[in-house]
Design a protein around this ligand. Sequence first.
Ligand SMILES: Nc1ncnc2c1ncn2[C@@H]1O[C@H](COP(=O)(O)OP(=O)(O)O)[C@@H](O)[C@H]1O
Ligand SMILES: [Mg+2]
Length: 365
Amino acid sequence: MRSQIVICCGSGGVGKTTVSAALALKWALDGATVAVLTIDPARRLADSLSIGALSNEARAVPIEAFAPAAGGRLDAMMLDARSTFDELVSRMAPSSDARDRILNNRYYRFASEKLGGSHEYMAMERLLQLADAGTYDVIVLDTPPTRHALDFLKAPDRMAGLMDQGVLRWLVMPARKGGWRALELGSEAIAKVLKRLLGRGTVGEIAEFFDAFKSVADGMRERSIKVHNLLRGHSTRFLLVTTPAPAARAEALYFLGLLSEKEMPFGGFLINRYLTAPAHALRPEDIPDSDGLTAEQSADIRAGILQAVALRRARSEAHQRSVSDLRDAAPGDAGCWLVADQERDLHDLNGLVTLGDALPALADL
Ligand SMILES: Nc1ncnc2c1ncn2[C@@H]1O[C@H](COP(=O)(O)OP(=O)(O)O)[C@@H](O)[C@H]1O
Ligand SMILES: [Mg+2]
């Protein structure tokens, strides 16, 4: 069975993790078999999804209380980038010796955990595993808390480069007998950074890493190609999550351009934390005098309330303009969903369910 894949992208803090969980829950309640792969969810949200600890294992989310339609099931996972990487290397290594040489190498340990991009790289690897397993109707992928949404798409290439025959390999090759290129290029900065990161003996260890890594490089490259194709598949959709705030909106628009450039399928904008306009046009005479206050004090309070309402109205108008910009930018048939800013806590299943009405049905993507 081919799984539908929905990837929630967007800049930091816009609600990717919340929306990923809410979408997955909605679709499961509608009767689909759904997996959601979350990345670094807030602790209370993780607890609500029964994924208290970092784990690649799928955990069934207890959704029975919400009376899911027949067939509805939700599994949640919290990406464990390091074990995903280790498993991948173990699977690809031609022998246990080759595997251990890589897994025990300090450069590998560093790169697989700390190097920018390793989480994105492994999120995609895990996605590929889930898609290959073919057990889910839908897989929802949350994306890592990068400052810039674009990092998600760029990171795997960058990471693959570092793990492959890239710049570092070239840097650590002896330029001529007796000297390392990185050290003699005047690129002291690089050498310094590497030394600081890994301590002494860095350069030799990196060379050793690349030597060991050769044995798994072909396998990794094949996986990268599969990921590349998966991200462009007919069953894949990128949902751009944003808030109406100018910076987030600008990034969403930029991301949209990048998706089309990379021929990745855009599924629509999900505009989160939208402020609706105040329901009534409030007039001063609508606000009664408060008991026990002087006329002057009451007037002050009245002015304060009116000011707050006016501010809210102005913000909501700005949000409406932002939404228009996004709608104008979206290709003709693409969806645009508005999710209101919620007063209530969204870290439990009840909270996530309340978002459901505003979210797209699976068939809408
Ligand atoms: N529609 C909403 N209304 C109110 N709070 C929200 C809404 N969406 C998300 N939040 C809150 O915003 C915070 C950031 O959301 P999160 O999903 O972690 O963002 P991201 O994954 O993009 O960094 C969380 O505390 C979450 O509960
Ligand atoms: Mg998040």
